[in-house]
Design a protein. Sequence first.
Length: 255
Amino acid sequence: MKKEVRSAVIAGNWKMNKTPAETTQLINEMKPLVKDADCKVVLCVPFVDIDAAVKAAEGSNIEIGAENCHFKSSGAYTGEVSAEMLVACGVKYVVIGHSERRQYFGETDQTVNLRTKAALDAGLTAIVCVGETLEQRELGYTETLLKFQTKMALTNVSAEQLKNVIIAYEPVWAIGTGVTATAEQADEGNGYVRAAIAEAYGADVAETVTVQYGGSMNAKNADELLSMVNVDGGLIGGASLKAEDFSVIVKAASK
Ligand code: PEP
């Protein structure tokens, strides 16, 4: 395993939290705390907060992401936002296929693939989420499911485009629940994702892809999770809304 060849990326996912004014305040609090990070620091924020976030992060090492994008560049898709629009607003990353979108908004493996390709075509880095439910885990389908979701998301994504893909392994049972996967479970899940990439693109390519773990990562457990060979960073929900906690996770990834 060659963990050192991969970029460590800590990305916050703010979900449906914070107004533009609160965004400015939180990013201003975070900037001095994460300025010495030896990893990439990304904040994925609600659409309405993007402008405030880009302005607040200007000149710092924090990059801004969105939480979703549509797969068409424009058209009659009321309520949606295209990848091109995000790029025009200064966005660099976008979360695709978060389990909350799969669960509440009808996101499927097919739409995840379409959105991933649209994001890559527009020049964004896609943070693609995959993960099993507790029921799927208990039935013994974790490996099959993670490999399937990963390959589906990457259908028709070239090896060149894959350079702008991060996969976040997020067990659904660990998201927002306070129940974290053990470091071994996180490493195993991330390993299945990497194995799927190896099957599709070859082992050498798979070694270069950043695979994050997400699911109740916090200031206390980040060190152990991030020390695992297959865990190249984190997608952080709740703890990314607290400057101090988020910065502890960033520091853990910088070791
Ligand atoms: C997430 O939203 O991707 C997430 C992992 O949330 P939390 O850290 O709150 O479990």
